[in-house]
Design a protein around this ligand. Structure first.
Ligand code: S6P
Length: 600
């Protein structure tokens, strides 16, 4: 494929904000004009395009635009929520702050709840944070998209963690303001205001919250948000919903949605900690400054475009030839590796072996609610020992291995592992975060000598150690999102800027897939849904049984299938039988190429 630099002109920065731009879609589902041809871009251009998309997070609000991260109303709400957390930190008896979400939102809820509890433990204070992820802890490491549709299990899990509590600040995260699991929890909070104060975090204007009926419920996400908006006037509920622009890969909220979630909640919880633990009051200026510092985090990270490009190229080469990419991480940066790897399955239809994360100390250091999950299968083996035992013996130069560590980690241990990997493959790379005042350990030089590329990210000496760690985490998230997204683009898993091989495993993804087929084939919705069902059930003619089943049945069946959307698209565009489409895709797995070859 001729991969060019053609997508790198960024003149259309705000086209997506025009009311005429994809008017029926919420911001979080729109396609980003910057990335229209990202599927044909070179690795370098992919990285620079992702940088431009991420920069949209910090755009200023204009008169015509929706509120943004730095908007006055957003900063004020962050202050109010931080003060609520401060109250709980000062009087933790019978109180709790719960962070909850599905998929990436739940994984970030986990990361932040455990990180801030760790801070409290260091100070000998009571731990006040709990996390909930739809589908339970297995969803931290693997794709569990179906529980997102289940508001009842959302409520049950909330009741369970809050048993006996008298005061709960509930923070429900749903980037698209769409997950029924979270809607159920917010509705429950609204019904029990004597205990619960609900906060919703998402990245659409309130009127764009999902209004699709939820089976068995009288509310929709939209109606819950409306009630919360009313109650926010008297500060008994809070909405944090700036827009951050459409995702680089349409609907892939693991990217900007996840980053913005982390920025907002890191800022809120840090401000609350400073207020409760060091008597530094929560102020408007303080919050604003902290948010702006994250803008710098983006600059510092993307100043490494060349190094990022080398990583995207290496990972893309590995995936293209059916080999793998492994992240070997230390501390919380390893968790970001685990998270990034787990998202490749639902986003790109990847196998869990394609991109895998491993963490030093494994479950001993993960601090998840349910403890070790290794008995669930090889996908849940996450320690470096697991890597040495089950992956290292099979490595070759075609596999890409990435070490992720900081100056605070045991560099001798990193060097030891690097040497072991180097015996099997020369395709070893490193991402190393340190501050400008650090003197490099001798082993650091050894590690660089062992690696094909080392991305040294140098940070200014910070005001606080915990803020430095949060910056490293966000930076690592951006880097790894770029590596896994870029590598899958190079593998042909993206069509224009859409996840063409997305898993159709919940209502959001089912609707997104139907819409995508409509957009790419220009056929009416009914015909597209029919093609989608044919690809899900692998039949050329739909039976009465299939057409009378509900969406839950369809998404359950889709779990067992691969290449559902690509198949449906080929069928729609060419009119061929499913079996023909299947063999065509086998010969040409890059869907855009497959379709174009057929049509020409
Ligand atoms: C998105 C990711 C998904 C979402 C999940 C929750 O890139 O693959 O797992 O995080 O669907 O979405 P939301 O909009 O409720 O945060």
């Amino acid at each position: 494929m001729d991969r060019s630099d053609q997508t790198c002109g960024f003149s259309t920065m705000c086209e997506w904000e025009s009311p005429d731009y994809e008017p029926t879609l919420p911001v979080s589902e729109k396609s980003n004009p910057l990335t229209r041809n990202i599927d044909r871009a070179s690795a370098d251009c992919i990285v620079r395009t992702l940088q431009a998309c991420d920069a949209q997070m910090f755009q200023e609000q204009t008169e015509a635009s929706h509120q943004k991260l730095l908007s006055d109303q957003v900063v004020k709400t962050l202050m109010e929520v931080a003060k609520r957390v401060e109250i709980i930190l000062k009087d933790p008896q019978d109180s709790l702050v719960v962070l909850s979400g599905c998929g990436t939102s739940g994984r970030l809820a986990f990361l932040m709840a455990t990180s801030f509890n760790r801070e409290l433990r260091k100070l000998n204070r009571s731990l006040v944070y709990s996390y909930i992820i739809a589908g339970g802890d297995r969803a931290l490491l693997s794709s569990q998209e179906a529980p997102e549709d289940d508001p009842r299990s959302g409520v049950l899990s909330l009741k369970k963690v809050c048993e006996g509590k008298k005061q709960v600040l509930f923070i429900g995260i749903s980037c698209g303001l769409s997950a029924p699991f979270v809607a159920g929890q917010l509705d429950f909070c609204l019904q029990h205001p004597e205990v619960y104060t609900p906060v919703v975090v998402g990245f659409n204007p309130a009127h764009q919250a999902k209004d699709e009926p939820i089976p068995g419920c009288t509310f929709t996400f939209h109606s819950v948000v409306q009630r919360m908006q009313e109650l926010s006037k008297s500060q008994v509920a809070f909405l944090i919903n700036p827009t951050v622009g459409p995702e680089a890969i349409s609907g892939s909220s693991r990217m900007k949605g996840g980053s913005a979630t982390k920025i907002l909640l890191d800022v809120v919880l840090s401000a609350a900690h400073a207020a409760a633990c060091t008597n530094t009051p929560v102020t408007y200026e303080g919050i604003l400054q902290h948010m702006r510092a994250y803008d710098k985090t983006l600059d510092i990270t993307y100043a490494k475009t060349e190094g990022m490009t080398a990583l995207v190229e290496a990972a893309g080469r590995s995936l293209r030839c059916g080999s793998r990419v492994c992240y070997l991480g230390w501390g919380s940066l390893a968790v970001l590796g685990l998270i990034d790897a787990s998202e490749c399955d639902p986003t790109f239809g990847a196998d869990y072996e394609d991109v895998r994360g491993f963490m030093s100390g494994g479950y001993r250091n993960l601090s998840n609610n349910e403890g070790p999950l290794t008995s669930l299968g090889p996908q849940f083996c996450i320690s470096h020992e697991d890597f040495l035992r089950s992956v290292l013996p099979y490595l070759s130069d075609q596999d890409t291995i990435l070490l992720i560590f900081t100056r605070s980690d045991d560099v001798t241990e990193v060097a030891k592992l690097a040497r072991r990997v180097r015996e099997k493959t020369s395709n070893l790379h490193a991402v190393y975060h340190h501050t400008d005042g650090d003197t490099a350990a001798a082993e650091q030089g050894d590690i660089s000598n062992l690696c094909l590329s080392t991305l040294n990210v140098t940070w200014p000496t910070p005001a606080s150690r915990s803020f430095l760690l949060m910056q490293w985490e966000l930076s690592t998230k951006l880097l790894l999102n770029a590596v896994s997204t870029g590598a899958h683009i190079l593998k042909g898993k993206v069509y224009r800027n859409h996840m063409i091989d997305v898993q159709v495993t919940n209502s959001k993804l089912y609707r997104r897939a139907t819409r995508l087929l409509q957009k790419l084939s220009a056929h009416p919705e009914s015909k597209c849904e029919e093609a989608l069902l044919r690809a899900i059930y692998r039949v050329d003619k739909l039976t009465q049984d299939i057409t009378s089943s509900d969406m839950t049945a369809h998404t359950l069946t889709a779990r067992k299938r691969t290449k559902v959307v690509p198949l449906a698209l080929v069928v729609l565009l060419t009119g061929c039988a499913l079996s023909e489409a299947e063999s065509h895709l086998e010969q040409q797995p890059i869907v855009r190429e497959a379709v174009e070859a057929w049509l020409s």
